[in-house]
Ligand binder design. Sequence first.
Ligand SMILES: [Zn+2]
Length: 427
Amino acid sequence: MKRLYRNGRIATDSSSEPLKCDVLIEDVRIIGVAETIESVDGCEVIDCSGSVIVPALFDLNVHIRELGREDREDITSCSEAAINGGFTGMVLQSDTNPAIDTGSAVQGVLDTCRDKSRIWQGVYTAGAITKGGSGEELAAIAAMKSKGAVFLSEAGDPVINPQLLRRAMEYARQFDLPVATHGEVKELSGKGSMHEGAYSYSLGLQGIPAISEEIGIARDVRLAEFCGVHLHVQQVSTREGMSTVLRAKERGIRVTCEVSPHHLIFNHSHIGNYDTHYKVNPPLRTEEDSVALLEGLRNGWIDVVACDHSPRTEFEKNQDFASAPFGVTGLETALPSLHHHFIKPGHFGWDVIVNRYSTGPRKFLSIPPVTIKEGHLAEFVVFNPNATVRFAREYLRSKSINTPFLNQTLSGQVERVIFRGAELLVR
Ligand SMILES: [Zn+2]
């Protein structure tokens, strides 16, 4: 079975502008990539005029909710949301209930993926740093590694006790596992619900100061340096936090970091009318922070984009701002929103998407990047930059709709998703 994707332009890691190319696939593999490929007998031809063919995306920070809160999301709905957004791979976070903190829990979630996810070959899981994510006792690190956990993460909570984090890092290094943390000092964040600054004062909300993240990242970087482990800083939100990572890199410390689309696009001024769809942790910071993060993403100080997909029910998000839980969904809105806000206006090119949202995350896990070249598995997205997308309930495959883009229309749409030759999505 052959399929020819004709007249599209391929996004690569080396060119801001996609290059005109036809792509021919047979079964699971790409068998030809050239400026023009003639159709052969029995070959299905798909016209991709005007569209960009993008290596499928991969997200390192996805909160799955199964087991425990399947009313928010489950493995099937999460995988379908991923496909809807152009992702064929992701790393699940450990904060399910019970938490993913043992070898059998790792095995269990991967087995469920095999049964329930159309992209199970691309789904990996992180393991908790501490038992139950409670911060009191180390999780079963060796057993989780042996069952396939790809890194350790407390899924958004800091490990408060530095001695416990040190022990975790020492184990992790033995097993060659990266340790991922949100840089945060809980005592400084307190009960804050948004960034501490002019807007938190005017809204009368308790703030989370930038220094909470800055000191948290600095501590984790120093511990990682001391233990010789690879540290991955999740969801960096401040300019100073990013600079700390950069300075550590320059000193030769093994540290990487990620930024979310929402921290690049929004800032604390967007909270305006106490809209809980802008309540995230770390919080949306200042416009200067977003501008600095954008620059960091462009020039490689930030290694990857990760959306921190965090489904919450409408009931949960309909509480007042201070009481509502943190988190937004992100898998379905990530690519169109990055296109709308950054690629279309020319702030960065397609190479940034390929490098930081497809190749980068896979490199981080030491798995082969997906490449649109002859002989490689066919795993790509047909993205139409001229179409528009409206994120209505009917469009979203996630069970949850806690996104600031709800009912907004953005430019650019994921039209097809090809995974190992199969068309998982055809719009
Ligand atoms: Zn997260």
